[in-house]
Design a protein around this ligand. Sequence first.
Ligand SMILES: Cc1ncc(COP(=O)(O)O)c(C=O)c1O
Length: 365
Amino acid sequence: MQVPIIDLVSQYKNLEKEIDNAVKRVFSHSYFVFGKELESFEEQLSKYAGTKFALGVANGTDALLLSLYALGIKEGDEVITTPFTFISTAEVIALLRAKPVFVDVKEESLNIDPNLIEKAITERTKVILPVHLFGLCADMKSIIDIAQKHNLKVVEDAAQAIGATLYDKMAGGLGDIAGFSFFPTKNLGAAGDAGAILTNDEKLYEKIRLLRVHGSHKKYYHQFIGFNNRLDAIQAALLSVKLKYVDSWNKRRREIAAKYTSSLNTYVKTPSEPEGYYSVYHQYTIRTEERDRLKAFMNERGVSTAIHYPLPLHLQLAFEYLGYKKGDFPVAEKACGEVLSLPVYPELTDEMVDYVIETISGFFS
Ligand SMILES: Cc1ncc(COP(=O)(O)O)c(C=O)c1O
């Protein structure tokens, strides 16, 4: 049996008619940039996430970049974040010539450890940027308490967490502003790059609405220097189709995750989901010291896996200039040697899930 790490063709086949109709509709009116497709998606998304505003943008990286830019982050500022994430999270800080300040993650969740945040705060700190890694919310209650105490803003990197909740509040509506990614493999995936910003702050919303279109409030009139990072109408139309299915897809991911956890927790460290948290398992990531051998063993038997992430951000060449060294963030560093993401997506059949479990138990026995 072959079990790929993701299967976007099956996802398309299941929705073929709806997707084709949506794309045809866009071509039939041919408003490809802005217009009602985008407005309608933004309305549905803000309703879904429970925020006042949603803004479609070109990708998840731009969502974070515009959020920080709109908050006024600039050279000399510091933004606290996690070293155990995709590079975008810290890249956007550096792009604005501010300084990414890393804080280690918690052993159980691999999300930023709030107990270590206060020590990293200086008079230059402006923002805390937690990531809801693998679809599990960061400890936002503690993070927001710290932010309020020190007068900092909280930007959520919710790229991997659409539909996740923390005490029934949706990821994306927990901080001051949030970025989603709709990269094709995400729980809600576009046909290419796409992203969104969510906020309840009208001023930030109004600013970003113009920022994403060259600072323009009226065609060829520019209030300030901006960017070009809008969400295309075709992507918006497609995402509107798929948004309706996100909750049921996430449920199926959780079902698979529950089966993995109950079958595998004697062999490997399985992901935790503390009380009050609702993970959407963007990744189902196990941990074992035998990671590399297990990965090769599974690969030989047709099961694809992935490593999220092999190297923490503080040890990336791109961030060498920050002066961090090995040993600075031991929890993140250790995780990089042990993590292995298993196939987890709604289209996986029960037989495939059983086969993944059999393969892993076969390795350990
Ligand atoms: C945690 C995290 N942040 C940001 C991003 C950036 O999103 P995009 O690839 O849409 O730019 C991703 C996507 O891979 C991500 O996983």
